[in-house]
Design a protein around this ligand. Structure first.
Ligand SMILES: [Zn+2]
Length: 461
């Protein structure tokens, strides 16, 4: 791999060293945040030479941007989230080879892969390729008038967090959109000029032969790109180095997990010598690619099969997450660690994806409302003050999940209770400290900020 590095990565390393020192001093169990911090090595800003004609820019944008150099021009695979970062990539690509962009391939319609596209529109003749269904993963929700996923998405991404709070996104560096400057927004969107709707589409452009392959998994419009001349595969978000986000916290319709595993299998069959994922750094070497994809596919299928086994035993989602335990051989692989997605959420998603909301327990056919249940718990605890003492005790014992549950009870009967808001914020902050999954970490910390804001705007103590 050839590298064109920048001073930026050195600066970031220095900042991260300082951050590691600060972070480990306060964390109860330093491992999760230390591991998440070590992830920043995946986001060092540089251009990697993946094969003879393929260059991938990592760490500039939220997703890697690749350039395939052909005899008559270049092809760009994915375009990053924001135009400013992508303009920098375009300029650095030009230093390697000064040829015009002939085509852009979108692996799917998510903004982090498409919104930087205008930086690569060298002319109005650029062919922009995507798969049928582009770009609307959220279409099902939006067409039903459901909008809350936007708010939840910001919490998942941690946009309200400060740079000190936000380590990274698990599979991408921390990035804050700057809507005011217009570097990220609908006005910058480049629409596909070519849509394919078959299983496999052969494409000749810039003197290159490429193949687009339908790859339903994370989204219905997902594709992977196969470059047969140099045996390079561009997997889009079907692969990145993390436990995959088989369920996204912002709220998504069921992501077909079996189909996702099948896509990994199809990619394996191509026999690639280099694998460029939708996030994180490429994997180079035929054996490494094959081993990685084999483990990735098998871990996903293990989780799916075990979940189905538990479902057929009559287990509820809460029982299933204890029942489905990934074998050690997968847990210890860095590229299967839950930096971004989390196996527990996948288990729950399989249950609700196939069986819906009812967990099978007759008690839960018509449960008490939150308030009705909370009134009884408060009584059981001996009143609101006694419940407050229990919350303080749980926090003291570092039983943070229980503390948050107790705070919810207190807030259900006394929604303006500022002490409960602060205690819950403290519990969530502590949970975040021990959390490896960046999306969960961001969600905890964003919710804690929200609670503290509510508390300062609220009445009684
Ligand atoms: Zn992505």
């Amino acid at each position: 791999m050839e590298r064109t590095s920048t001073g930026f990565s050195l600066l970031m390393s220095a900042i991260m060293v300082a951050f590691i020192a600060a972070g480990t001093a306060v964390a109860k169990d330093p491992d999760p945040s230390r591991l998440l911090i070590s992830r920043n090595a995946e986001f060092n800003k540089e251009i990697l030479r993946v094969s003879e004609s393929v260059y991938t820019a990592v760490g500039y944008a939220v997703s890697p941007v690749s350039m395939i150099v052909g005899p008559r021009g270049i092809v760009i695979v994915d375009t990053g989230l924001d135009v400013a970062s992508s303009q920098e990539i375009r300029a650095d690509f030009r230093r390697i080879v000064d040829k015009p962009v002939k085509a852009i391939i979108f692996t799917h319609g998510h903004p982090d892969h498409t919104h930087g596209a205008s930086a690569f529109m060298d002319s109005t003749d650029v062919e922009v390729w995507a798969r049928e269904g582009f770009p609307h993963e959220q279409h099902t929700l939006e067409s039903a008038g459901i909008l809350i996923q936007k708010k939840r998405g910001k919490k998942q991404a941690g946009f309200a967090l400060s740079p000190e709070q936000r380590i990274n996104n698990g599979v991408a560096k921390a990035f804050w959109p700057n809507r005011k400057s217009g570097i990220w927004g609908a006005d910058q969107e480049v629409r596909p000029t070519h849509i394919f709707n078959s299983e496999r589409q052969k494409l000749s452009v810039a003197g290159l032969n490429l193949e687009l392959v339908a790859a339903t998994g994370e989204t219905d419009d997902a594709l992977y790109l196969w470059f047969p001349a140099e045996h390079v595969v561009f997997a889009g978000d079907s692969f990145y180095k993390s436990w995959p986000n088989l369920y996204a916290l912002r709220g998504t319709p069921y992501r077909d997990i079996r189909s996702w595993a099948n896509v990994i299998d199809m990619i394996m069959q191509e026999g690639a010598v280099a694998l460029v994922g939708g996030h994180t750094r490429p994997i180079i070497g035929k054996i490494e690619v094959n081993q990685t994809l084999t483990n990735y596919r098998d871990a996903i299928l293990f989780l799916f099969d075990k979940t189905v086994e538990g479902i057929n035993k009559g287990m509820t989602p809460n029982q299933l997450v204890d029942y489905v335990v990934l074998p050690e051989k997968y847990k210890n692989l860095d590229y299967l660690r839950p930096y971004y997605g989390n196996p527990e959420w996948a288990v729950r998603a399989i249950f609700s994806g196939y069986l819906g909301w009812f967990d099978g327990n007759a008690t839960n056919l018509f449960p008490l409302s939150d308030e009705q249940e909370a009134q009884r718990i408060v009584k059981l605890a001996g009143g609101k003050d006694a419940l407050g003492d229990l919350i303080a005790g749980a926090i003291k014992e570092q039983d943070y999940q229980w503390a948050a549950v107790l705070c919810d009870y207190l807030l259900a009967v006394d929604p303006k209770n500022r002490a409960a808001m602060h205690s819950k914020a403290d519990a969530l902050t502590a949970l975040a400290e021990d959390m490896l999954t960046a999306t969960a970490r961001n969600y905890y910390l964003s919710s804690a900020i929200e609670l503290r804001e509510q508390a300062s705007a609220s009445g009684s103590e």
